[in-house]
Design a protein around this ligand. Sequence first.
Ligand SMILES: Cc1ncc(COP(=O)(O)O)c(C=O)c1O
Length: 350
Amino acid sequence: MDYFKNDINKQYFQCDYMEGAHPEILKRLMETNMEKTPGYGKDDYCDRAKAKILEACHCPDGEVHLMVGGTQTNSTVISAILRNYEGVISADTGHINGHESGAVEYTGHKVLALPNVDGKLVAADVKKYVEDFYANPTHEHVVWPGMVYISHPTEGGTLYTKAELEALRAVCDEYKLPLFLDGARLGYGLVADGTDVTLDFIAKVCDVFYIGGTKVGAFCGEAVVCNKKGYLPHFFSTIKQHGALLAKGRFLGIQFETLFTDNLYFKIARHAVDMAMKLKKGFADKGYEFAMDSATNQQFIILNDEQFERLSQIAVFELWERLGDGRTVVRFCTSWATREEDVDALLAQI
Ligand SMILES: Cc1ncc(COP(=O)(O)O)c(C=O)c1O
């Protein structure tokens, strides 16, 4: 794979959606390009993709809906679940709270942000929030907690453990709150070293979750999985109402069918994680500090001003947070498309 029109003197680690799509997807799209199929996802490719996803999730009673992007998926799912006086509980660092231009709020629902611990929402904090809500004699005047949103991996690249997800599930069961997991980068979390969380476990513990394609090899696409058929009644129409129903729906079906054939999704995610671990070790060996201990494809490194200026000359990365003391947190991302020689070239210069 060659990069075109980039600065050839720089290594690119800005995000995990800088390239087009995995060549296998491109090949399938080319092979099927002139076929005529029904629109709006009512085609065989979508049917097969959905069947393969449910099989991978060990979730025969579930249902899959293919959508285009993460923000769209979050706001559409969340607004489909909530009643009009309810809000969604999220970690303060949750993507819906900080990076979606108020997309959830735009649907009329408040994001109820709780402090994160290592980027995660803690079950005991959710329980306390809901208990405090009901203990308030005037709670009917307040936005009701209507569901719980988490992402896996989190914004900081950290991962929930099975026990942490079970604890969240227990609180959700106690207070009848649906649990929704944003898996925009799910592949990179599922293949990380040391994780005990599997796809079928996620399908059991969450009411709804999605498998991100956009950041894991697809041109675009997010596969929403409900672990019971009809969990989101008439969700097809809800997607349409949100302007999120792709007319040429097979574009998503072909991509997900390809990703869930021969384990491609997991293989390419593992490549990204391997590259991230190499990058992490290279920075650590040179004494760089990390803002989070991430086992996934996003690495958050703390740079002083001199390092920031110097690395900006040789690499493209994302400015994450100015710490206000002359240090800056930056994000280096690897992806399914990251070339090992680019990681080596970067590490040779840091
Ligand atoms: C965890 C998470 N969810 C959702 C999104 C939103 O995806 P999109 O940019 O496709 O709307 C992102 C994007 O970075 C993300 O990191």
